[in-house]
Design a protein around this ligand. Structure first.
Ligand code: ADP
Ligand code: 5GP
Length: 195
């Protein structure tokens, strides 16, 4: 019997506001057969957030219980606020079924994945400049002024980690970055590119 090839785990990470969520949404629309693992979070839903689609919204207590049960492949407290985690079972099930899986996670989570899934393809998203990163965060308008400064300070540290990733992608023009991400994923998938 022919056994199905195990899928590849792709990790998209980078500083807050660089465009991870935007590029992830495009990748899922553009790339057939790419699945996304819906994360758990302790942050409250924002207007428009859909339970089970954007996140699984859980309480701090529930999140702690899930950690104790070993349900997370990785988890982190992001920007000193809410916790976020990737469900191990969801990812394993899809990879076992031969599906490629995309995770869009912060750099602490990405570090954990690199250590436990050595064949994951790690992609770091870079802003064209610090100024543009700040402009995007401001434009998104989801952070207070204090949160914005904290995220910019974290970003300066996080950007130093870019060189430890398999691929780096600059999110300057959205259409170009989105096409480049698609090419990157397709090249791995079809064996034209190796880590
Ligand atoms: P992240 O998920 O990394 O925090 P988002 O995807 O929320 O970032 O993007 C942050 C903001 O920047 C959003 O308002 C988004 O619309 C905008 N954005 C994303 N990519 C680009 C781009 N290439 N050019 C200009 N604005 C962008
Ligand atoms: P937001 O609350 O704006 O949707 O996401 C905040 C940050 O949490 C983003 O940087 C996002 O990539 C990250 N994030 C989302 N899901 C996960 C996850 O499961 N694990 C980790 N480590 N980070 C996550």
């Amino acid at each position: 019997m022919k056994t199905k090839k195990r899928g590849t785990l792709f990790v998209l990470s980078g500083p807050s506001g660089v465009g991870k969520g935007t590029l992830r949404a495009r990748a899922l629309k553009d790339i057939e057969g790419l699945t996304y693992s819906v994360s758990c979070t302790t942050r409250p839903p924002r207007p428009g957030d859909r339970e089970g689609v954007d996140y699984r919204f859980v309480s701090e207590e529930e999140f702690t219980r899930m950690i104790e049960k070993g349900l997370f492949l990785e988890y982190a407290r992001v920007h000193g606020g809410p916790r976020y985690g990737t469900l191990r079972e969801d990812v394993e099930r899809e990879l076992d079924a031969g599906q490629d899986v995309l995770l869009e996670i912060d750099v602490q989570g990405a570090r954990q994945i690199r250590a436990i899934v050595p064949d994951a393809v790690m992609i770091f998203l870079l802003p064209p400049s610090d100024e543009e990163l700040e402009r995007r965060l401001r434009e998104r308008g989801t952070e207070t002024e204090a949160e914005l400064s904290a995220r910019m300070a974290s970003a300066r540290q996080e950007l130093k980690e870019a060189r430890t990733y398999d691929r780096v992608l600059v999110n300057d023009d959205l259409d170009k970055a989105s096409a480049a991400l698609r090419t990157m994923i397709m090249d791995f998938r079809e064996g034209r590119s190796q880590r």
